[in-house]
Design a protein around this ligand. Structure first.
Ligand SMILES: [Zn+2]
Length: 236
């Protein structure tokens, strides 16, 4: 299977589904990572242009640790992600046609800030448009309307998973990949007093508690026609 994970900011996929992506990769599936926003606003001291470059490198390193075959950035500025912007939609439609995913993972529609909500809508719309032959992008051909899974919200607030993935064997890889985002982890620790590694591990432990394993990630399937399947598409 080909897996496409579309996250908003550079560290969001590690937070929401890093353990699952590592499992897909270990089990021989082809994992592609797409980041929509470049993370240029995620600091109070480092200026946006420099931060954009730092976070691109952090994202690349994290992607290698997770076992992704590629990390693609749509390079929108933070707080400017817009699900109706044609340029962004076209880039994502083209990526979907190139990757030909069997499953897509992204943010749920009710996540905590606008960029995340926009990405959720962007993925839902682009993954439909990718199936329409007369919607032209550089990559020829179309893709099927792909099954879509929503990953957890930040801190798991207002998110009831319908499926779980046991990440007990990959949780340390998830944490190492998250730790690649040093500009965020260190900044939150030094300026906000938040141990974000512990924050994310706590959510994974809580999701594990719910489904009877040590660590888990929770997902909810997007239940619209024709995205449903008789197959388990998340790692079993
Ligand atoms: Zn984010």
């Amino acid at each position: 299977m080909n897996i496409l994970a579309v996250g908003c900011h550079p560290d969001d996929l590690e937070i929401g589904c890093g353990g699952t992506l590592a499992r897909y990769a270990r089990e021989g599936y082809c994992v592609s990572i797409c980041i929509v926003a470049n993370g240029n606003m995620g600091h109070t001291v480092i200026q946006p242009a420099e931060l954009r470059a730092i976070r691109a490198e952090e994202t690349r390193r994290a992607g290698v640790l997770l076992g992704a075959v590629e990390v693609v950035s749509l390079d929108m500025n933070d707080l400017e992600v817009d699900a109706y912007r044609a340029e962004t939609i076209n880039k994502l439609v083209d990526l979907i046609r190139r990757v030909q995913p069997d499953v897509i993972l992204t943010h749920p529609p009710e996540d905590y800030m606008k960029d995340h909500v926009e990405v959720s809508k962007l993925v839902f719309d682009a993954s439909f448009s990718a199936s329409v032959p007369h919607y032209l992008t550089p990559t020829p051909g179309t893709a099927k309307i792909t099954p879509l899974y929503y990953m957890d919200t930040v801190a798991g607030v207002n998110f009831i998973p319908s499926e779980y993935v046991d990440i007990s064997a990959t949780v340390e890889t998830k944490m190492q990949a998250l730790n690649c985002h040093e500009s965020q982890i260190k900044w939150m620790r030094d300026h906000d007093g938040i141990d974000f590694l512990d924050f994310v591990r706590t959510v994974a432990k809580f999701r594990g508690l719910q489904c009877g394993c040590t660590y888990a990630e929770g997902f909810r399937q997007c239940k619209t026609w024709p995205r449903l399947s008789t197959k388990r598409l998340l790692p079993g």
